[in-house]
Design a protein around this ligand. Sequence first.
Ligand code: CP3
Length: 359
Amino acid sequence: MTTHTQIPPAKRLLRTLNGEALWPPPMWLMRQAGRFLPEFRAMRAQADFLTRCMTPDIATELTLQPIRRFGMDGAILFSDILILPWAMGQSLRFVAGTGPVLGAIRSEQDLNALDPARIAEVTAPVLETLSRLNAILNGPDSIGAAAPGATTLIGFTGSPFTVACYMVEGKGSREFATTRQMAFCEPKLFGRLMDLLTQTTADYLCAQIAAGAEAVMLFDSWAGLLPPDEFRRHVIAPTRQIVQAIKARYPHVRVVGFPRLGGVMIGEYARETGVDVVALDTGADMRVVRDMVPAHIGLQGNLDPVAVLAGGEAMRAEALNIREAGRGRAHVFNLGHGVIPETPVEHVVDLVRTVRETA
Ligand code: CP3
């Protein structure tokens, strides 16, 4: 266990991830580096999405944009959960209006064509971005609205199940029926894919930590599609393995897990996986969940992104309601899912002011 004295007092997010209940809570927003920012849209013309992820100058700048503007407590690396399968050789493009399109994995041959040995080399620019960001965020200068040394750098991956969903389906989907059918009908093939992802995800997160990530987050956006036993097999078990692998090498590094739409399984997820903080989706009532999740585990979330799109008094009231629901717990204020691209920047300014006002 890291003692709190080793964490600079200004790093409020990192202190919270280590179990301190701070008031007001630290905050950042999922998809804070994104299309709702005019300065982000201005840089979109320069390069396609993968190029932006793989060019340290650009990825560093995009990560810092929301820090400069809002002084968020967390800087999440500008990257994507699909970089990992792409780094193993799966084809990937991002099509405007459609989202990601991948060469679907449906057979042993497809799976055998993936090469995890390529990951280190292909992701080297991502690791370079993290080390630059760590130096900037912990350097002597303030970053716009953020005081020097106050921002925590967050690395991330998808969780094996959610990444497998995109790898097998080959695109986004509401139900990921092809993937879940594979899990039922071809358990050996699906199990091999899940094992590959569990191993490579753990290694990639460790590499991110070695490069400078100060905490890591696992996005399991589609966890809630699974029935209970499958949730245990494909969400809880691999997450536990990944957390164990990280803690074996970096015992002090904190892990946030986001089992989106996990519903009543959230308590078991919290108790069994070893994550330090559970990120809640919009529908999870924090006043209920705080009793399902052991007190030593933190909570993150979970304002409805639509409330921020709407703005005004409705947004402020709901933000204060969620802040209050987390009182006395280690709570990281965040959204229940990503910022919606059409969200007016002034609404986010107002949200930050509201969450940080003391009362
Ligand atoms: O600001 C941040 O949160 C950091 C960067 C980040 C991105 N994607 C950038 C991105 C993070 C943490 C993600 C996670 C991610 N990516 C998830 C998990 C979280 C969630 O939203 O459920 C998932 C499922 C993906 C896969 C993905 N990437 C999809 C489905 C899409 C297309 C839809 C969309 O939101 O645009 C992406 C593209 C993507 N990832 C963009 C960004 C900024 C948009 C690219 C662009 O058009 O410029």
